[in-house]
Design a protein around this ligand. Structure first.
Ligand SMILES: O=C1O[C@H](COP(=O)(O)O)[C@@H](O)[C@H](O)[C@H]1O
Length: 261
């Protein structure tokens, strides 16, 4: 039980966002304490909107402040499209969150893909991996980059990042970042953090909301079925926390915990 992923369920997205804010601030402080920065990997999809709701809310007090200047943001996955394209995860995060950080506030560092190599997804992945090497390995000499936090989404098929059910990429053990040319969800050409990188993160938070997720949540939490989200749960246990609304876990028989830090 103690080793299992934490499932936190909230009556509304508003209450979820408030709890997520506390969790993020706690992860931020641990990261800054550990190495002076907060290294976080962010997903696209429905996540950036809820993330923005959590982070753009006014701080309750000094201890609740988002220290944007210490945030180093990477993408858990990205689509091989220009950064100004509506399908770009960067574009989405910028629109929902980054553009709304109040003027005059120190800005986070954001690591985007290299748009000059969009035609070659292997090169795109290699260059993003190099950005990770520059940021993590040069400092820590680590075999894998260890994020302070990964913020993940859960697709209705159980995918996370661009790691899809049954895809050969789930068996990747060497690369930190891999290309994918046949994503079942459009657009097909993408790059993604690999499973070993995902599961080595200090902490991981999934955000899943809405009744459209309840069937896949049952599969993930009751049966696993080798789904990418379930593989992450199994590999990370209590380092992994799910922030969901009640609609997303209606009928899911898995112990929900009261949220606490
Ligand atoms: O394609 C993607 O989908 C997943 C899940 O998206 P959601 O809209 O169901 O939350 C997302 O986490 C990933 O970053 C994105 O590229």
């Amino acid at each position: 039980m103690g080793k299992q992923a934490n499932l936190y369920s909230f009556p509304s997205v508003d209450t979820l966002a408030t709890a997520l804010r506390s969790y993020l601030i706690s992860c931020q402080e641990v990261g800054i304490e550990r190495h002076g920065v907060f290294k976080v990997g962010v997903s696209g999809g429905s996540l950036p909107k809820t993330l923005a709701q959590a982070l753009l809310a006014p701080a309750k007090d000094e201890s609740d402040k988002v220290k944007w200047e210490s945030w180093e943001i990477f993408f858990a996955d990205e689509r091989a499209v220009p950064l100004s394209h509506k399908d770009s995860n960067y574009f989405l995060l910028k629109k929902e969150l980054l553009d709304k950080i109040p003027e005059g506030t120190p800005q986070p560092t954001v690591h985007t893909i290299d748009e000059s190599v969009l035609d070659d997804t292997q090169e795109l992945a290699d260059r993003y991996e190099q950005a990770l090497v520059n940021s993590f390995a040069a400092r820590d000499s680590v075999k894998l980059p260890i994020f302070d936090l990964l913020l993940l989404g859960c697709g209705p098929d159980g995918h996370t990042c661009s790691l899809f059910p049954g895809h050969e990429l789930l068996r990747e053990t060497e690369a930190w970042v891999s290309p994918i040319e046949d994503s079942p969800k459009p657009p097909p050409r993408r790059i993604t953090l690999t499973l070993p990188v995902v599961t080595h993160s200090v902490r991981l938070a999934f955000v899943a909301t809405g009744g459209g997720k309840k069937e896949i949540m049952k599969d993930i939490f009751e049966e696993g079925k080798g789904l990418p989200c379930a593989l992450v749960n199994e590999a990370t246990g209590e380092r992994c926390s799910w922030f969901v609304d009640n609609a997303a876990v209606e009928g899911v028989s898995y112990p929900k915990r009261p949220f606490s830090l």
